[in-house]
Design a protein around this ligand. Structure first.
Ligand SMILES: [Zn+2]
Length: 372
């Protein structure tokens, strides 16, 4: 569907003595081209109790009103609504105040008027009413239009926002996997890709468009300020380049809740405000109020808290101890430390310490923040 298209929803209803039902068609028009597709339909078996055709027509108008309300809650684009019925009696009833009828009719009229306040009701000839198929039944092979799939999408709309299962990332993944199966591929993992991609296409739309065409990111983009520090690490691509999501999006919230519950209500490892705010709302955590267990600590010994320089005491008798220093060699990846004592801050002392280190540990590649 074109983003500039004018869209209208047309609902039709019809009843027979056996069934009654309603259907809705989405019609879009842009640049002189108009298209209409069946969006959804609903049918009911007529009650065993003998009812007049106008009463059944009124019931089907009520069903159509419910269908239109459901559709209105689901879609997130501007759209005008029209309802069509082939019963002039029902159309006349809907325009009257409900109190003039008996209880059965007045209840339904009031319901229809309440649910279709902003909807225009029109008359459609019986032979042009598409809901006729719903009410009278039709063999599948005789249907005028058989479409196995109909995909409706709008440009620049976050389809995940309107998903009803926003609380559960697990369900979100499955819903989008189901959608993806309709399009082309039958792999469930692509559902997650589709879901996250749809979020990115809206919230970082400019960058997404440019980068997918192989062009550099715009200089004012916030993505430029992201400087990943693990480019040279021997990690897989996903770990080095995590998927970017907006921080306060319902999908992000669902992911946090999913992993919080998966790992038995664990707390956040990194101090992220949004993560903490989501976890603070966890009912189970609130009920349990887990308090981190702490050791009972005694007073620290004096040598630990009072600063003292290092002194080296020579083995020679009566020789006063003299101040000394320590060279710290730290392993870059494992953070293992090697200490070497030096007598003073001269180059000779350091060179001697380095020689001792190399003779013990082998010759390493050395990094220093001072002069190398
Ligand atoms: Zn929790």
């Amino acid at each position: 569907m074109h983003s500039q298209a004018s869209v209208e929803m047309n609902g039709f209803c019809d009843a027979s003595t056996a069934n009654y039902g309603a259907c809705s068609y989405l019609r879009s028009e842009a640049k002189g081209n108009a298209e209409a597709h069946l969006l959804c339909a609903k049918s009911r078996v007529a009650p065993l109790k003998a009812l007049t055709i106008p009463i059944l027509e009124l019931s089907t108008a009520c069903l159509l009103a419910e269908l239109i309300v459901n559709v209105k809650e689901t879609i997130d684009f501007d759209c005008t609504f029209h309802c069509w019925s082939d019963s002039s009696i029902v159309l006349a009833w809907i325009r009257q105040p409900p109190r003039e009828f008996n209880v059965f009719v007045s209840n339904r009229i009031a319901k229809i008027q309440e649910m279709t306040k902003i909807v225009a009701w029109h008359h459609v000839p019986t032979d042009l009413n598409p809901a006729d198929v719903v009410s009278r039944g039709y063999a599948v092979k005789n249907l005028p239009e058989r479409r196995s799939t109909a995909l409706i999408g709008t440009v620049g709309t976050d389809i995940s926002i309107n998903c009803k299962f926003l609380n559960s990332f697990d369900k979100l993944q499955r819903v989008f996997a189901y959608i993806y199966r309709f399009i082309a591929v039958d792999e469930i993992s692509f559902g997650t890709v589709l879901l996250l991609r749809s979020v990115q296409q809206v919230h970082i739309a400019v960058e997404y468009e440019v980068l997918s065409q192989g062009q550099p990111c715009p200089p004012k983009s916030k993505l430029i300020s992201l400087r990943p520090r693990l480019q040279n690490a021997s990690l897989d691509y996903e770990t080095k380049h995590p998927i970017l999501l907006p921080k306060d999006h319902p999908v992000t919230r669902a992911i946090i809740v999913y992993y919080h519950e998966k790992y038995f209500h664990a707390g956040p490892q990194a101090p992220r405000k949004f993560v903490a705010s989501v976890i603070n709302k966890c009912v189970r955590c609130f009920r349990m109020k887990p308090v981190a267990w702490e050791h009972v600590m005694g007073s620290l010994p004096a040598g630990r808290v009072q600063p003292n320089p290092f002194y080296h005491k020579s083995e020679a008798r009566n020789k006063a101890p003299h101040k000394c220093y320590i060279v710290v060699f730290v392993c870059f990846s494992m953070k293992a430390a090697h200490l070497e004592v030096v007598q003073d801050l001269t180059t000779d002392s350091f060179t001697a310490a380095l020689r001792r280190f190399i003779s013990l540990r082998g010759s390493p590649r050395i990094w220093s923040d001072n002069g190398l």
